[in-house]
Design a binder for this molecule. Structure first.
Ligand code: PLP
Length: 399
């Protein structure tokens, strides 16, 4: 038996997937190579017929550093296998297009990351796939949509930017009855807090750009699932269409995984403190954070995740004007659109990440003019709180 199968997440995060060369290097080697030389022509022929574990052909298909990242994240996530991709969107679009064909039907929750929405709304339809959107919080809508057979259910377990939490066990049960595979975009839930696979998800995709890197350095993504799905359906599609992760990025992200659990738990603890302290501030209409008892799916979050996540959102009473005054007054928190970074980041979704959406869609998704998304980093909680309160107060003195 593989000893790694007995390890807990923190041990896997440090040692999982390591392939030491004959030199016994401590830090993982970066195999910055596009391809691999074969000892003889027979080996080359055999490898193209069927390559075994740790027999590589071409970095678009696989690479030792990328494979180490794949093994480590799969072991953390609790899936048999994983395929690393160039970005989170390469993972989302790759998983969907690899699994679907003309005539197929997808049921998806409506509250999605802008680019995921683009793939579902603008791309899949061109190839004859029908997509039906539901309000992910409403089980009756899932039930009605999944009364008709479907091939794929797609959802964000915790949605961007309004942090809606989906009742994963119930939705997965409905999806499986309808014959669908459940693809979960788990970026906000994080590998640390997610229990998506235990709750029935068939495929879990991550933007590794977010918490897995956690330091805002590189793009990456990963598709996690059973060996049959990953090697039988995902790998053939990905290796021929080109969305492979670079070995250098795999090395950065492999090291990101080493500290992921520590970082995410520290960030989530600060996020919990900030959410509690901000709730009730006179400039704020509401604070959205799965860890707050006031969150509409607080119970679902407790039942489906082992932590609340590192992102919170709040709606400013003063609308867009207050939102801009708030952001421009920040001194510790940066204005940007990444999340999961060690640096805290404030985003105004209505004018940036979700700007493309028509006004009625924004209303439907709760992306109000006063909504701020706050990705909580690793700074001192008190410094962050002081920065946020001072900037919130600045919006009051303006009014
Ligand atoms: C960022 C993000 C993506 C896309 O990831 P990239 O690495 O930027 O391509 C997909 N889904 C969610 C929920 C995200 O937050």
């Amino acid at each position: 038996m593989n000893p790694q199968s007995k390890w807990n997440k923190r041990t896997i995060a440090v040692h999982g997937g390591v392939r030491r060369s004959q030199y016994g290097e401590m830090a993982e080697a970066i195999y910055l190579t596009q391809g691999f030389a074969y000892p003889d022509a027979e080996t080359a022929e055999a490898r193209f017929i069927k390559s075994g574990a740790d027999e590589f052909i071409y970095a678009r298909y696989g690479n030792p550093t990328t494979a180490a990242f794949e093994d480590r994240i799969a072991a953390i996530e609790g899936t048999e296998d994983a395929f690393a991709t160039a970005s989170g969107m390469a993972a989302v679009s790759g998983a969907l297009t690899a699994l679907l064909k003309s005539g197929d039907r997808v049921v998806a929750s409506r509250a999605l990351f802008g680019s995921c929405l683009y793939v579902l709304e603008e791309v899949l339809g061109r190839y004859g796939v029908t997509v039906e959107f539901v309000d992910g919080r409403d089980l009756a809508q899932w039930q009605a949509a999944l009364a008709t057979p479907a091939q794929v259910v797609f959802l964000e377990s915790v949605s961007n930017p309004t942090l809606e939490v989906i009742d994963l066990p119930k939705v997965c049960a409905l999806a499986h009855k309808a014959g669908a595979l459940v693809v979960v975009d788990n970026a906000f839930a994080t590998p640390t807090f997610s229990q998506a696979v235990q709750h029935g998800a068939d495929i879990v995709v991550y933007s590794a750009t977010k918490h897995i890197d956690g330091q805002g350095r590189c793009l990456g993504g990963v598709i996690c699932g059973t060996r049959e799905v990953i090697r039988g359906r995902i790998e053939p599609y990905m290796k021929h269409t080109g969305g492979a992760m670079s070995p250098f990025n795999a090395w950065v992200l492999l090291n990101g995984l080493t500290t992921l659990d520590l970082r995410v738990k520290a960030q989530a603890a600060t996020a919990q403190t900030l959410a509690e302290k901000l709730e009730g501030h006179p400039a704020i209409a509401s604070v959205l954070f799965p860890g707050l008892p006031s969150h509409p799916q607080h119970e679902t979050a407790l039942a489906t995740m082992s932590g609340p996540g590192t992102v919170l959102a709040f709606d400013l009473k003063g609308g867009k004007e207050a939102a801009f005054v708030f952001m421009n007054a920040l001194q510790v928190v940066l204005i940007s659109n990444n999340l999961g970074d060690a640096r805290s980041i404030a985003t105004h979704p209505a004018t940036t990440t979700h700007q493309r959406l028509p006004a009625d869609q924004k209303v439907l998704l709760g992306i109000t003019p006063g909504l701020i998304r706050l990705s909580v980093g690793l700074e001192d909680a008190e410094d962050l709180l002081n920065d946020l309160i001072a900037s919130l107060n600045a919006t009051l003195s303006q009014g």
